[in-house]
Design a protein around this ligand. Structure first.
Ligand SMILES: C[S@@+](CC[C@H](N)C(=O)[O-])C[C@H]1O[C@@H](n2cnc3c(N)ncnc32)[C@H](O)[C@@H]1O
Length: 274
């Protein structure tokens, strides 16, 4: 039987719903060893989740937000958030990066979290409440069709989610749409070395485990350029399997999308028109 994109997305949703419920019910969360979630198949717990946050950051968070952490990096640490900014976290899970972002942008800013899994959204709302942040908002939806207006966000972050998408060009296009011109992207993700084929990536881990669906560095950079980003970089931070890395992906939405420095030619005004 062929696995369709819808089947894969449903499998991802179901596995992360189970993980959220495990945290809510006080059991082991995603570290229970069935290969169900991001990072579970990997022996080194230092590569995923709460270990990637320093003690000071963990101290800012409710226990359940730390326990629910399933990322492969720490995007807030690289995003250089400023007071008053609007931040969007794609695939916000239990809310760890939304809460940290909300504290950094302050009461004049807003931190949005977007997730497709009801159980994760419920956990995130509770965690944000327990953390005492009032400028966090959680949205239900998919990262391939972001439910926010064009040009409404200063910074997009994400932690180990884009690899789970079945339409990565669609996600990058959506990020470019919602960012303001000059807006920043600061994402943690699993990224493959260019030498690995798709089959070789799948040999190293499952799709729901955040490995099989990873883009290569070259694919990421080409995708970002095609979506209208500039100054893109992919920096490997830690190896999670042979040729597969936790990585920081950065880019800036071009502030001159029409012509990359060329003058924009306006249509001639009609005679008699305003
Ligand atoms: C690996 S977890 C990461 C959660 C969080 N970013 C963190 O660092 O703990 C992936 C999260 O992304 C969500 N997700 C996966 N694919 C998605 C999609 N296409 N649209 C929206 N959310 C998605 C899942 O529901 C889950 O909460």
């Amino acid at each position: 039987m062929t696995t369709t994109a819808d089947d894969l997305r449903e499998e991802v949703r179901r596995r992360y719903a189970e993980s959220a419920l495990a945290v809510t019910e006080g059991s082991a969360g995603c570290g229970c060893g069935s290969g169900a979630c991001c990072g579970e198949e990997h022996a080194d717990p230092a590569s995923f989740g709460e270990a990637l946050y320093d003690a000071e950051q963990r101290g800012e968070l409710p226990d359940a937000a730390v326990l629910a952490s399933l990322g492969c990096g720490n995007p807030v640490a690289v995003a250089e958030l400023r007071e008053g900014e609007t931040v969007l976290d794609l695939g916000s899970g239990g809310g760890i990066d939304v809460i940290l972002s909300a504290k950094r942008v302050g009461p004049t800013g807003t931190a949005y979290g977007l997730d497709m899994t009801d159980e994760m959204l419920a956990l995130a709302v509770q965690n944000a409440h327990d953390a005492g942040v009032t400028n966090a908002r959680f949205l239900k939806g998919v990262i391939e069709a972001i439910p926010l207006p064009a040009g409404s966000v200063d910074v997009v972050i994400s932690n180990c989610v884009i690899n789970l998408s079945t339409d990565k060009p669609g996600v990058l296009t959506e990020i470019a749409r919602v960012l303001k011109p000059g807006g920043r992207l600061g994402v943690s993700d699993i990224v493959a070395e260019d030498r690995l084929s798709s089959d070789e990536r799948a040999e190293r881990g499952s799709y729901v485990g955040c490995v099989a669906g990873a883009l290569s560095r070259g694919e990421y950079l080409a995708g970002l350029e095609a979506a209208g980003f500039e100054d893109a970089s992919v920096e490997f931070t830690h190896e999670v399997a042979d040729g597969m890395h936790g990585a920081i992906v950065r880019a800036v939405k071009t502030s001159d999308p029409a012509g990359k420095g060329l003058p924009v030619i306006q249509p001639a005004a009609k005679a008699g028109c305003c």
